[in-house]
Ligand binder design. Structure first.
Ligand SMILES: NC(=O)c1ccc[n+]([C@@H]2O[C@H](COP(=O)([O-])OP(=O)(O)OC[C@H]3O[C@@H](n4cnc5c(N)ncnc54)[C@H](OP(=O)(O)O)[C@@H]3O)[C@@H](O)[C@H]2O)c1
Length: 288
């Protein structure tokens, strides 16, 4: 059995593991079962899904079946899911209930607004801010009732975050955004630090594209680690939680081995110098 993973303290008082498994594009009960089994074996204790991934039910089922095999209970793991853009606004309560039902859970550790916009509305539509506020109010109620242990947001810009903080009863615990050496998100990270919001990374491998970057390959060769491990280490060494996704059990294990080595200051600097604002995923900056 692997050692417990390092974690970060959220503003709710809960601990969130620094390493979580991303599940975007994991499809079907068999693939999910195999990948979750590998992840639990490798010591992962956090799992990231979303209504739009359409795999909440598969994740819930895999965990129910596998936790006893690994000598674990529900309390040992941290599950994140997200409210889909189609449920933004007046359908938010319905969306929250659906996620709980799909996962088959009494509570979710962290629930995020997935995207600042609303499905079916243009990014510039003036109804977007009102819908976001309505979603947040519904999620605050689920937090109060204990169904969501923490609530947060994803893909929010500086503007979205400031607007939320002006009108909320409860500040977000987490901001989950794209983050890797080519997208260092300096301003967003600084605001999160100032506000006590945990900044969490997605697409740390640049959706796989950064694995062949010459600087990443150079650092990996020098420290005798894989490019994926170097990219993930770069983030967790800055206390930024990561969510690598792989459908291949051996890669899941490889991506979990990031707490037994350090990058030197010079190696961290070479990676950080790659920052050029490159986004491999969706860009929320046009959502009003
Ligand atoms: N909130 C949001 O809007 C948002 C957006 C994007 C992602 N996320 C979350 O973050 C997670 C991770 O992001 P992501 O899935 O976009 O991308 P990622 O983790 O940066 O990269 C995943 C890609 O890298 C490959 N890969 C993984 N480990 C590897 C290794 N050790 N060696 C070689 N290739 C490897 C995977 O292929 P194989 O599967 O074939 O191994 C896959 O193609 C998602 O699954 C999701 O949970 C959230």
């Amino acid at each position: 059995m692997a050692e417990p993973q390092p974690s970060v303290l959220l503003n709710t008082g809960a601990q969130m593991p620094l390493l979580g498994l991303g599940t975007f594009r994991l499809r079907g009960p068999d693939e999910m079962h195999q990948v979750i089994d590998a992840a639990l074996t490798a010591g992962y204790r956090a799992f990231d899904t979303a209504a739009v991934y359409r795999n909440e039910a598969d994740l819930g089922c895999a965990l129910r079946n596998l936790l006893p095999k690994h000598g674990l209970t529900r309390a040992d793991i941290f599950i994140t899911s997200k409210l889909g853009p189609r449920d933004q606004g007046s359908r938010a309560q319905e969306g929250c209930i659906r996620s709980l039902e799909q996962l088959g859970l009494d509570y979710i550790d962290l629930y995020l607004v997935h995207w600042p916009g609303t499905q079916g509305l243009k990014m510039g539509d003036e109804r977007n801010p009102g819908n976001r506020a309505e979603s947040w109010a519904a999620m605050e109620d689920f937090h109060t009732s204990g169904k969501f242990r923490a609530i947060g947001v994803s893909n929010y810009t500086l503007g979205h975050l400031r607007e939320l903080l002006k009108g909320c009863r409860m500040p977000p615990a987490v901001l989950q955004v794209e983050f890797h050496p080519k997208l260092a998100q300096v301003e967003l990270r600084a605001l999160c630090r100032e506000l006590g919001v945990c900044f969490q990374a997605y697409s740390s491998l640049g959706v796989g594209c950064l694995l062949s970057d010459p600087v990443v390959l150079g650092v990996a060769k020098r420290c005798g680690r894989s490019p994926a491990q170097v990219l993930l280490r770069w983030a967790v060494q800055q206390e930024v939680p990561v969510l690598p996704k792989s459908s291949q059990p051996e890669r899941v294990a490889e991506n979990g081995q990031i707490f037994d080595f350090h990058l030197s200051e010079e190696e961290m600097g070479r990676l950080s110098a790659l920052d050029c604002g490159k986004k491999y995923c969706w860009d929320p900056s046009a959502v009003v």
